[in-house]
Design a protein around this ligand. Structure first.
Ligand code: SAM
Length: 219
């Protein structure tokens, strides 16, 4: 099976389950036109995050790694009128493009972008009220630091999702030692035996190749 097959597979499923969405198309176009890398979650993954946030009735969401705000918009669309999403981004350029995209999606009143190093921003946040959902999708070597703060900020029973934890099965292959792969390994080592969370990895394949989410519940 080739990547083309998996892209076609995602398109087939999406044609039934994801209605055409001019806003999200425009968001991706604006991001690409502005020179952002095409590393947002796939449409199917974005919708998964949206459904997950709806399922747990999320009112407060934290995201680490905004890029152009694509996953931000999927998540924020699940919020009730008085819901709030805080998203953390290091690059001022990415944050500017994301703000334009969030404005376009009509979500400015619910979404706040904090520009700066994700970990520094997390340290300034308080769990009062706590977050219901944290989505970690920034620099992978910082995964453990982000996860540690996410545990502090999320409510009991809340959800922490970490993206890109499978990486074409390279995380499980000792021959691969890139900082991104090592960042995921360090997270797995940290979670093993951690009594404060219960977690699983779900490998995914589709538009964005072979990868996976780590899904954790705060105990
Ligand atoms: N969540 C986005 C989506 O699916 O649409 C994709 C995020 S992209 C994979 C990662 C983002 O994290 C980039 O925009 C990058 O600039 C940002 N980033 C990298 N290092 C960071 C750091 N130390 N603190 C905050 N953001 C960082």
């Amino acid at each position: 099976t080739t990547q083309e097959d998996w892209t076609r597979s995602d398109q087939y499923h999406n044609s039934f389950l994801l209605p055409p969405d001019e806003t999200l198309d425009a968001v991706l176009k604006h991001s690409t036109d502005s020179g952002l890398p095409e590393i947002a979650v796939s449409a199917a993954q974005g919708k998964f995050l949206n459904l997950l946030a709806s399922s747990i009735g999320a009112k407060r969401i934290l995201e680490v790694g905004t890029l152009g705000g694509y996953s931000t918009i999927w998540l924020a669309r699940a919020l009730p009128a008085d819901g709030e999403l805080i998203t953390l981004e290091y690059s001022e350029h990415h944050a500017k493009v994301a703000q334009e995209n969030i404005d376009r999606a009509g979500l400015s009143s619910k979404v706040k972008i904090m520009v700066g190093l994700g970990h520094d921003s997390m340290l300034t946040l308080h769990p009062d009220p706590p977050f219901d959902l944290v989505f970690i999708d920034a620099d992978k070597p910082s995964n453990v630091k982000y996860f540690t703060e996410a545990k502090r900020l999320v409510r009991t029973g809340g959800v922490i999702i970490v993206d890109n934890v499978v990486r074409y099965a390279r995380v499980a292959d000792p021959a691969h030692t890139s900082p991104n792969v090592e960042g995921v390994r360090a997270l797995l080592h940290a979670i093993k035996g951690d009594k404060e969370v219960d977690a699983t990895t779900i490998a995914t394949v589709g538009d964005k190749g072979y990868d996976g989410f780590l899904y954790a519940i705060r105990k």
